[in-house]
Ligand binder design. Structure first.
Ligand code: SF4
Length: 66
């Protein structure tokens, strides 16, 4: 299982575990930018974020980053 990175950016994110870890992303270092997957827990669904993550992977494929 992939590691769950720590996150302290948004305490109300739907993906934040009780241990302050992101349960959706294997990596959450976006430099100085905010996490593009952040969504308040009461405004999103798991299906929406999975679709966003898939789209993010597709748009960044071939960028040279492994
Ligand atoms: S989706 Fe982004 S803001 Fe939300 S817990 Fe994961 S890394 Fe943090």
């Amino acid at each position: 299982m992939a590691s769950m990175p720590r996150c302290n950016k948004h305490t109300d994110c739907f993906a934040l575990s009780d241990e302050s870890r992101c349960v959706c992303l294997a990596e959450n270092d976006f430099g100085k930018k905010d996490c593009p997957f952040y969504k308040p827990g009461d405004e999103t669904t798991r299906e929406q974020i999975e679709a966003d993550i898939k789209l993010y992977g597709l748009t960044h494929a071939g960028s040279g980053k492994e």
